[in-house]
Ligand binder design. Structure first.
Ligand code: ADP
Ligand code: MG
Length: 308
């Protein structure tokens, strides 16, 4: 189990009041998949780096099982065998091939096993046909996948992924996510994924940690947070959100009906593929709702609120 115990961290050691993260406390069980979400600058990357032992904490402790994770002040070489970290800015060896990068830390004493292992990892990240390609010629997304495979090479007990699919195009993202997250679950590798993309979370994460204002504002299952978002910020992670009389209403909860108490005037239609997002005005409030077709601008519509 990972135990983050009451940690506080400031990049400026002289200004602890300017802490990026304050008194965070949470645990992650072996094999669990935790998503860390929050706006840009909320401290997601910082939290992963602290768990990796890249910086010294101002306060608190971090444990993986019985091992305390120590920062550079107490630990000459950053990092531990049982933990791997794939940074937002991955550093690979550009002048050697994909398979050489992935196998970099694998022993040469068992060449057959090494070959098999590299093949298995390249399948997980869907990069088999690039095994012999030099890394410097790859796209950003392909490099990101090499970095993932390399982190998995010597199977870690826990892996920290910072926006792991951010450079990967939409054509491949879905299948790659399924492949990587399925692999991690099968091997019961604990994984922490910093992301702002709900597609990285829904269907994969056991739990979501929401960072805001240096604190954890929510720590629960995606389903629970979707159904009972305590703040508009949490709700907006799942989709377009309306505030109506202080209630959080998702766009898909507003349904166009023949008649109702809730009247609005159509302002704009946005094509979204399977539906249109309609922007309408009710009193002085802008409402957004989903509808299968575009609606005439300036026409009056009636809306009904459906349950979540
Ligand atoms: P996120 O990953 O959620 O976008 P970060 O952890 O990168 O957020 O950053 C959190 C805050 O810490 C931001 O205000 C950022 O400017 C600041 N920060 C990040 N890295 C450093 C650094 N090396 N030195 C000083 N401040 C930093
Ligand atoms: Mg970040």
């Amino acid at each position: 189990m990972l135990h983050v115990k009451n940690i506080t961290f400031s990049y400026d050691p002289k200004a602890i009041e300017a802490s990026v993260l304050k008194a965070l406390e949470f645990t992650v069980a072996q094999g669990e998949h935790l998503s860390i979400i929050g706006e840009s600058g909320s401290g997601k990357s910082t939290l992963l780096k602290l768990i990796y032992g890249e910086y010294d904490l101002n306060k608190g402790h971090i444990f993986w099982k019985d091992n305390e994770i120590l920062g550079p002040k107490y630990n000459l070489v950053v990092g531990y065998e049982f933990m791997k970290y794939v940074a937002q800015e991955f550093d690979l060896m550009p002048y050697i091939t994909v398979e050489e990068n992935v196998g970099k830390h694998l022993s040469n004493f068992f060449p057959e096993e090494k070959k098999e292992r590299i093949k298995e990892l390249l399948e997980v990240v869907e990069l088999e046909e690039f095994a012999k390609t030099k890394v410097k010629t790859l796209s950003g997304g392909q490099k990101q996948r090499v970095a993932l495979a390399r982190a998995l090479a010597k199977q870690p007990e826990i892996i920290l992924l910072d926006e792991p699919f951010s450079h990967i195009d939409n054509f491949q993202k879905q299948s790659l996510r399924r492949s990587v997250f399925k692999y991690l679950k099968e091997k019961q590798i604990t994984c922490l994924v910093a992301t702002h993309d709900k597609e990285d979370v829904l269907g994969f994460a056991d739990r979501m940690l929401v960072l805001h204002d240096s604190n954890i504002i929510a720590n629960n299952s995606p389903l629970e947070l979707y159904r009972n978002p305590e703040t508009p910020l949490i709700a907006s992670f799942f989709g377009e959100v309306n505030m109506l009389n202080d209630h959080i209403i998702y766009a898909h909860q507003l349904k166009y009906v023949d008649d109702s108490e809730l009247k609005a005037r159509v302002l704009k239609n946005y094509f979204k593929g399977p539906y249109y997002l309609i922007e309408a005005e009710h009193d002085d409030t802008i409402l957004r709702f989903e509808h299968p077709t575009a609606l005439e601008v300036n026409s009056e519509v009636f809306l009904k609120i459906l349950s979540r």
